[in-house]
Design a protein around this ligand. Structure first.
Ligand code: ADP
Ligand code: MG
Length: 286
């Protein structure tokens, strides 16, 4: 990293608003091939607060998916910076991360929901929700012996939660360790109303049910950010309302930041803030 860049990150860190989770600064994304050049994002700036539910709205081709993919660490901007505060409260620029660090960023920070569900059709509902937990495992966090809870001055082992069938969202997502996986998955499945579908193959489900599975899979590892790209694009309005409402309820209860790219006006009722974009630029907010 250049000296200038290091100084810039230092300056951004010193002036970081503690309410912010992500700060997008002057991002350009230009897709180029031999004959064409498309500017998908132009001088794009946005700050995203911790715990807010944000809608990115705009017509088709306005740059919504490009933005979501950049925040997801799946696409690198042509120029500009995407700062984020990591779990150690350190400020990092996504565009400066190595490939390996980007993989870790994605694993620890984001859950993604796509229009086409992107689930494993030939696996069961339960298995689809389990997969992110298996990927998320790392040595420290997966070690069951480390699960403790503070009771006054004594550190006690977590009560035998795995014997309970369901637990509240707030509690479930703070539990760490593979022995809680089943309990967490069951509780989420119950919460989104898919108890009867638990061992069904995903390909047997309706669109609305698939998207509920996708929400569970995105939320199960309790990431700081959930990104949703046209999550209701394949759904009728009744199912769309259910999906927006579920996303809002779950994420408000566990304090997750949510960014929803959508051109569906229904989304407006379920978010804290709306950013309107056109031709790759912010043109207004409500
Ligand atoms: P939205 O999600 O709002 O419909 P996108 O972010 O998908 O918009 O696209 C913004 C612009 O960038 C569009 O003009 C689109 O054609 C172009 N674009 C997106 N991805 C690519 C790509 N991989 N290669 C070339 N052009 C792209
Ligand atoms: Mg799109």
């Amino acid at each position: 990293m250049s000296k200038n860049k290091q100084e810039e990150i230092l300056r951004i860190s010193e002036n970081w608003d503690s309410k912010n989770l992500i700060l997008i600064k002057e991002v350009f994304k230009i897709f180029k091939d031999k004959y064409t050049e498309t500017v998908a994002l132009k001088s794009f700036c946005l700050d995203i607060k911790k715990g807010e539910i944000l809608a990115i709205m705009g017509p088709s081709g306005s740059g919504k998916s490009t933005l979501i993919n950049i925040i997801a660490g799946l696409l690198n901007p042509t120029t500009g910076s995407v700062y984020f505060q990591d779990k150690h409260n350190e400020i990092k620029d996504l565009t400066m991360l190595s490939l390996n660090d980007l993989v870790i960023y994605r694993r620890d920070n984001v859950g993604i929901i796509f229009q086409e569900f992107e689930l494993f059709n030939n696996l069961m509902v339960f298995e689809n929700i389990e997969i992110p937990l298996l990927i998320k495992q790392d040595k420290g966090e997966a070690d069951d012996s480390e699960i403790t809870e503070q009771h006054g001055n004594n550190i006690k082992t977590e009560p035998k939660m795995s014997e309970e069938k369901y637990i509240p969202l707030e509690k479930m997502l703070t539990l760490r360790g593979t022995k809680y996986n089943k309990l967490k998955i069951n509780s989420l499945i119950e919460f989104v109303g898919l108890k009867k579908r638990k061992v069904h193959l995903v390909k047997q489900l309706s669109g609305g049910e698939k998207q509920r599975v996708a929400i569970c899979a995105a939320v199960i590892k309790n990431p700081p950010v959930i990104l949703a790209d046209e999550p209701t694009g394949e759904l009728d309005s009744e199912n769309a309302k259910n999906i927006f409402s579920l996303l809002k309820t779950i994420c408000k209860r566990i304090g997750t930041t949510v960014i929803i790219a959508s051109h569906d006006p229904l989304v407006k009722k379920y978010v804290d803030r709306i950013i309107n974009i056109k031709d790759g630029q912010v043109v207004g907010s409500d």
